[in-house]
Design a protein around this ligand. Structure first.
Ligand code: XUL
Ligand code: CO
Length: 455
């Protein structure tokens, strides 16, 4: 059994729900895990996950400066032990991660292969380290009951992947990424992961002067078909999810947004096999609202999971802020609930502290605030649906269509043509459709009222 070494968050107890009137900064004011909302507990609705990379592997460095954070389990960080054996350091990092997640009370975690184990001098040696750490993770999962929301492969950080993985002009990089993905999928399967995520990383381009986009998209289509075949070959029952993002690190990422991914999946025969993991800040970067991306995925039948973070209105890059806006998240949760809620997916905090939040317990403050934001948004969205007024008004707006199946349905016995509609309209001088108010402001006021009152 995996042992838990000295606590890294020894000054913090398990985070409890204390209610909206509590002033305790280390308590939940809204997230009440066992509370039933629309027939399910809050924990079942929200399925919170903590990410390994930003919270435990990152040291606070940015493109302008070195790491700032107090991360004693990370040898590369400001307070790390530089003489420690890399595998021992990986075990300390894992102990810190599970201690944190258990105290926070989040039911899930997520990792990239390179987050949990140090690289070796060959792929085989790297896999050896990784397998040892997967065993270690299995021990922590047994001990704590924490589950794996998703595993994923990092085929973008190493210089070998600078021109992409599956879309690389060199097939050897396709092969390298395939090996890495197969190995990480096997581990995700072994750990009972609910999903396997593929974010595009460097699958995109900087200039068409050196890029054959048709070839690269065909390569990506082939790669993902191999991933699907592998899923079935190993009997992995979780969902495969692509994470759309419009730009960064490349100028143009192929998985631009949900609609682009859906078109791609259809073209390569993958639309029944792969769904999407929608990241809130990626939606913002693509010029869409978060709830637009959710609604598009639900409509296309490919809604999978959420990376719950946020951007900043005046900074156009991927900030991975902890979500704070109850209004933004209420509109997102509304579309999630309308779509039937999560099945394999959940709300994964692909979130980063600010670089000056250097104390270990800042991780708690970030996650507690984010979980309360999402819980409050769930309450408001559920209140909107249970009240029903907004949906009633929306349905009423389309009421005229109920009697017009002959227009909508081309196979209807009385289906009409463009010419027939022309003839009907030109033949009826009294035909004069009247505009009806869209009532947007009134609807927005209704949403505001639910947010104010939902308890
Ligand atoms: C990158 C991003 C990734 C994926 C996993 O913007 O969101 O962290 O979530 O590779
Ligand atoms: Co993400």
């Amino acid at each position: 059994m995996t042992s838990s070494p000295e606590p890294f968050f020894g000054n913090i107890d398990a985070i409890a729900y204390e209610g909206p009137e509590s002033d305790n900064p280390l308590a939940f004011r809204w997230y009440d895990a066992g509370r039933i909302i629309m027939g399910k507990t809050m924990a079942e609705h929200l399925r919170f996950g903590v990410c390994y990379w930003h919270s435990f592997a990152w040291d606070g460095s940015d493109i302008f400066g070195h790491g700032t954070l107090d991360r004693p389990w990370n040898p590369a960080s400001r307070t790390g032990n530089t003489t420690i054996d890399p595998l021992d350091a990986a075990k300390l990092k894992m102990a810190a991660a599970f201690e944190f997640i258990e105290k926070l009370g989040a039911p899930f975690f997520s990792f990239h292969d390179i987050d949990i184990a140090p690289a070796g001098s060959s792929f085989r040696e790297t896999c050896g380290h990784f397998d040892e750490m997967v065993d270690e993770a299995a021990g922590h999962m047994d001990r704590t009951g924490i589950k794996l929301l998703w595993g994923t492969t990092n085929a973008f950080s190493h210089p070998r992947f600078m021109a992409g993985a599956a879309t690389n002009p060199d097939p050897d990089l396709f092969a390298y990424a395939a090996a890495q993905v197969a190995h990480c999928m096997n581990a995700t399967h072994r750990l009972g992961g609910a999903n396997y995520v593929l974010w595009g990383g460097r699958e995109g381009y900087e200039t068409l002067l050196n890029t054959d986009m048709s070839r690269e998209l065909d390569q990506l289509g082939r790669f993902l078909n191999m991933v699907v075949e592998h899923k079935h070959a190993i009997g992995f029952e979780g969902a495969l999810l692509i994470e759309p993002k419009p730009m960064e690190p490349t100028k143009h990422q192929y998985d631009y947004d949900v609609a682009t991914v859906y078109g791609f999946l259809q073209r390569y025969g993958l639309d029944n096999e792969i769904k999407v993991n929608i990241e809130v800040n990626h939606a913002t970067l693509s010029g869409h609202d978060f709830h637009h991306e959710v609604a598009t995925a639900v409509h296309s039948g490919i809604f999978g999971s959420i990376d719950a973070n946020a951007g900043d209105d005046r900074l156009g890059w991927d900030l991975d802020l902890f979500p704070k806006s109850v209004e933004q998240m209420t509109l997102g949760m509304l579309e999630i609930l309308r779509g039937g809620g999560f099945t394999t997916g959940g709300l994964m905090f692909d979130t980063k502290l600010r670089r000056m939040s250097i104390e270990r317990d800042d991780l708690f403050h970030g996650h507690i605030g984010a979980m309360d934001t999402m819980a409050r948004s769930l309450l408001a969205a559920a209140s909107i649906l249970e009240d029903g007024e907004i949906d009633r008004r929306r349905t009423a707006r389309y009421a005229g269509w109920d009697a017009e199946q002959r227009i909508l349905d081309g196979s209807h016995p009385a289906a009409v043509t463009l010419q027939q509609l022309h003839d009907e309209v030109i033949g009826d001088d009294s035909f004069d459709p009247q505009p009806v108010s869209g009532r947007q402001e009134a609807l927005e006021n209704l949403v505001a009222r639910h947010i104010e009152r939902a308890r």
